[in-house]
Design a protein around this ligand. Sequence first.
Ligand code: PBG
Length: 326
Amino acid sequence: MQFPRYRARRLRATENLRRLVQETTLVPHDFIMPLFITPGQGVRQEIASLSGQYRLSVDQAVEEARAIADLGILAVLLFGLPEQKDALGREAYSATGVVQQAVRALKQAVPSLLVVTDVCLCEYTDHGHCGVVDGEHIVNDLTLDLLSQAALSHVEAGADIVAPSDMMDGRVGAIRQALDAKGYAQVPIMAYAAKYASSFYGPFRDAVESAPQFGDRRSYQMDPPNVREALREVRLDIEEGADIVMVKPALPYLDVIYRVRQSVDLPLAAYNVSGEFAMLKAAAQRGWLDEERAMLEALTSIKRAGADIIITYFAKEAAQLLSVRC
Ligand code: PBG
């Protein structure tokens, strides 16, 4: 197989030859599109740190969901901005919270579109932490009940999948038990299993005003240097009943995606987070990167590393481009 008998360039000569031997192919149904739901009517407010992404009231989210489904995207992931934040994040588990309302409206308007809900308290608490706070301490076990209530309220509204992102120990098991007890044994859990304490969540925290008011999330989210710990977190979530596991962020953690893919056989999701999106957008806006190519290259790398599902703010743009190409 040596030069000059083997010439690697033969199979790179034309677009169709390259396509014929392409090992990784992105398709619109790889993607889940995150949406930010805000109270009110007719609200479509661009998020400064996430260009082209909006805070949407329920009616606008319905319009957006139609466009998303038309592009061949199968699922959205909902986040909520509550009317009011408080110490216990009450709107996270209120039957009339914005996310619960949005779930109902979306399932009615676009029944085939899968609605995934992020289950966490940080968007709803006035201190911005993902759990109940006692002094400077984030209390694990007391939080589990509130997370279970949040998940249950989403499922009662019609959510197809719940996705706990809080990183409290034992929450997947607690949510599974709560759902099963109410007759929702068939609803899957997508666990943010290996979620790192990352600086790349910055733009998201602006979007939902969830930056912690004291301290940081390092006592519950994972330490970036660790990968064996990621495998352990994933294993634990599977033992507790996770149906899909997730690695988050994606691009700075492709090795983690790869290692998790090798070690478990469940579907694997990766979250191409707000900072990864904003970085690329900012460079493209300055003309320093070709946005379309950089976007597809980044998303392809996540799939090549082993992700089956990519949660990305690029979902619409990428799906649009991919459908033009096919
Ligand atoms: C809630 C949550 C966060 C993200 C998803 N769910 C923020 C955080 O943990 O601080 C980040 C998503 C992104 O950056 O795109 N816990």
